[in-house]
Design a protein around this ligand. Structure first.
Ligand code: CTP
Length: 399
């Protein structure tokens, strides 16, 4: 069951958008709807409100909630624009946010699917093709229109595919074959940043490579992945089964992980999280002062995200942490396994010549409660990720 937001826009095929909503519901998905002003001229919002048993978002100004679009954007697992007019495609390609639909789309970090429907000349127009190319580059999946008779009375490319076939395509995008098919994997990657003032921060050397390798391996194994990502130095993967939630500070990370963990089967906590943050971040840039060469920065401990979430886990959920150690690797990692309440700790050495930070390779030791430590040889982070995912499949099947 996925949470899908369907955006119906001003195309004659708007009525088919209603059928797509019905089809998704029949397939067991939970659907909420956003409509543009033009779409409401073609289909009554009340029809969709009745079908979904949820208010339809048509304006940012109707509800008591001053930011209804953010709640909906955060709720969404998959955003589907169907039918997508030339206008919404142009706006999405350029990041415009001038109504409820465009604002919510821009605020949505969930994967997006666009199903265009328009006159064949509008479809073929260089501007539309340029905008579609931009959307593809941004990671949006396009379900292409088909050849057929258009509302104008002549044949051409621009017709919306039949709703049934759109629903089949969307179902296929949401599920994939593999040992983790249907499994929801939550992964954190990269380093957090704690603000000292508006220009300075406390950060760390994490590249995010391990977390991103895990996301790729989980997607390849058929899982649906949410990647909560801090600072990384490598490109993020793109997939209709991948939701990306960017974060900066440990507090942002905690909020995102707590929200997403409720529906996750597995948490892989690969992020390098700050342990301390400035007590009082300054609102303005801290200036140098004549005669004052010292700066004592007061720090306070951050919340331990892994430990907090592990305390909330149900018997079906797996929580896996990482341990970055510069000395006494095994003893420190064993201690973390117990103190954090994790089902597994992946321990690796950092610092010195054996540093995992920024490297493509890693040498890890796997620790699980009541099991001997399992030292893996040096291998690529890609390989480590694949082996870890394999272990998770085994653990989920009771091993
Ligand atoms: N972690 C976390 N929240 C924190 C600090 C760490 O969730 N505030 C997680 C990391 O993502 C990792 C695990 O805890 O999965 C261990 O992180 P590590 O930095 O190795 O250890 P710390 O718990 O920070 O302890 P120490 O700094 O004393 O080694």
């Amino acid at each position: 069951m996925a949470k899908i937001t369907v955006y119906i826009t001003g195309s004659i095929a708007a009525y088919k958008g209603v059928e797509v909503v019905r089809g998704l519901q029949k397939a067991g998905q939970v659907v909420r709807v956003v409509m543009t002003a033009a779409a409401t001229k073609l289909v009554a919002p009340a029809t969709l409100a009745a079908l979904t048993k949820q208010p339809v978002l048509t304006s940012l100004w109707d509800s008591q909630d001053p930011i209804p679009h953010i709640e909906l954007a955060d709720w969404t697992d998959l955003a589907v624009v169907v039918p997508a007019s030339a206008d919404i495609i142009a706006k999405m390609a350029n990041g415009l946010a001038d109504d409820a639909a465009t604002t919510t789309l821009l605020a949505t970090s969930a994967p997006k699917v666009v199903v265009p429907a328009m006159n064949s000349h509008m479809w073929a127009a260089p501007a539309t093709q340029r905008n579609l190319a931009q959307l593809k580059q941004d990671g949006v999946t396009i379900i292409e229109p088909v050849q057929g008779r258009l509302a104008e009375g002549y044949a051409g490319k621009g017709r919306l595919p039949e709703p049934e076939s759109i629903v089949t395509d969307l179902q296929a995008l949401l599920t994939a074959d593999g040992p983790l098919s249907g499994c929801r994997v939550l992964i954190t990657a990269g380093g957090t940043r704690e603000a000292i003032d508006p220009v300075r921060f406390i950060g760390n050397r994490s590249s995010g490579k391990m977390g991103i390798a895990l996301a790729k391996a989980a997607l390849a194994a058929g899982a649906t992945v949410t990647l909560v990502v801090g600072q990384v130095s490598v490109p993020l993967p793109q997939s209709p089964r991948l939701k990306i939630v960017p974060v900066e500070s440990t507090t942002d990370l905690l909020t995102a992980v707590q929200r997403e963990f409720k529906r996750a089967d597995v948490l892989l906590m690969a992020a390098a999280v700050a342990d301390f943050k400035p007590l009082k971040p300054a609102n303005q840039k801290v200036k140098k002062r004549a005669g004052k060469t010292d700066w004592q920065l007061g720090l306070t401990e951050t919340t331990d995200v892994l430990k907090t979430v592990a305390q909330q886990k149900t018997a079906d959920q797996l929580v896996i942490g990482f341990a970055a150690e510069t000395q006494n690797l095994l003893a420190n990692a064993q201690q973390k396994l117990a103190s954090k309440g994790a089902d597994m700790i992946v321990a690796n050495g950092v610092g010195g010549t054996n540093s995992a930070f920024g490297s493509d390779d890693d040498q890890v030791t796997i620790l699980r409660p009541h099991q001997p430590a399992d030292r893996w040889p040096v291998m690529s982070k890609k390989k480590v990720a694949e082996r870890l995912l394999h272990q998770i499949v085994m653990m989920k099947s009771g091993d």
